[in-house]
Design a protein around this ligand. Structure first.
Ligand SMILES: [Zn+2]
Length: 313
């Protein structure tokens, strides 16, 4: 039983009613950044036409919920997400927050910690950009050698907004050194790390995976199916080691895939095109099972953990 609700772009649902939930994916991303002409603009019908088959493929595999992790600064488009949500039975969760230094919209650059937290709380409790679609979590990001000063401000604002709403904070964080600095910043700001998801944890080492889990954080290995992003054999070893160390209850698995690209006429990102969301079920879970991971643990990782991580209240 997971108490609380999951806040989706089409309304709140009981966390305990969810089945399989993918905790880190992308439907629509614009990595050109907020200053690019045409940034984050697209015809929602065109995006639905391209992305709908990828959602249908995971609907058929029993996926019930899907977290879109593209924050403000790299293309969050609530109109597009809303149209996609209306095209599928899958519940879609969208973020508030902002991406890393260099991608932060001008309107957010000069705000104090408290003022920025207020913006994010409004998106979590009232709605995004004048719509009634509310954000379901707070997504931020660190530079690889970060956090920089403005990224520390973002983390502190995320902590405040999380404390006021119960929403989880998820942070794009590459490598062991940045992750350790980030955990320290969050703890110094008084954050309960059980309300923190370390995104892209597979880029760091096992010792820190275990340390982060002991400190309470969610450790997210989100390169499933992306051989060119992270070798899958190494990913499997990292995940098995983390489970065998006794931390399956702090583990999240996802693909970090999709990425409809509005800068391309056909929406296909360069060079490889859109990667779908099925490798977890077709390859990675079967591989975990051959390593002795039980069905109960698989269910914990794919159903209970994401529901607990994203539950509000
Ligand atoms: Zn991502």
């Amino acid at each position: 039983m997971t108490p609380g609700i999951i806040r989706t772009v089409t309304g709140d649902i009981e966390a305990q009613s969810l089945g399989v939930m993918l905790p880190h994916e992308h439907l629509f991303v614009d990595l050109r950044g907020p200053l690019a002409p045409g940034y984050a603009e697209a015809d929602p019908d065109m995006v639905v036409a391209v992305m709908r088959p990828y959602l249908a493929a995971i609907e058929a595999l029993g996926v019930t919920a899907f977290v879109d992790c593209a924050p403000v600064g790299v293309g969050r488009n609530i109109g597009v997400l809303r149209r996609l949500a209306d095209s599928t039975t899958i519940h879609i969760v969208a973020p508030t927050g902002t991406y890393k230094q260099g991608f932060i919209p001008a309107s957010l650059l000069d705000l104090s910690v408290e003022a920025l937290a207020e913006v994010w709380v409004r998106e979590l409790t009232e709605g995004i950009e004048g719509t009634d679609s509310r954000a379901g979590f707070i997504k931020v990001a660190l530079s690889d050698d970060g956090p920089t000063a403005i990224e520390v401000r973002n983390l502190q604002a995320a902590v405040l907004a999380s404390q006021q709403t119960g929403a989880v904070v998820a942070s794009h964080t590459i490598g062991t050194a940045a992750a350790r600095r980030e955990l320290d910043v969050l703890e110094r700001a008084g954050h309960n790390l059980e309300r923190f998801i370390w995104v892209h944890a597979h880029t760091a080492d096992h010792a820190l995976h275990v340390e982060a889990a002991r400190r309470g954080a969610w450790v997210e290995f989100d390169a499933v199916g992306g051989e060119s992003w992270h070798p899958q054999a190494a990913l499997l070893e990292s995940v098995v080691a983390f489970i065998e160390a006794g931390h399956a209850h702090r583990l999240l698995l996802s693909h970090d895939a999709g990425f409809y690209d509005p800068s391309q006429p056909d929406g296909q990102p360069k060079p490889d095109g859109i990667r779908g969301y099925t490798a977890l079920f077709e390859q990675f879970i079967p591989a975990l099972k051959t390593r002795g991971v039980t069905d109960d643990v698989i269910r914990q990782i794919t159903v209970s953990n994401p529901a607990r991580a994203y539950a509000i209240g």
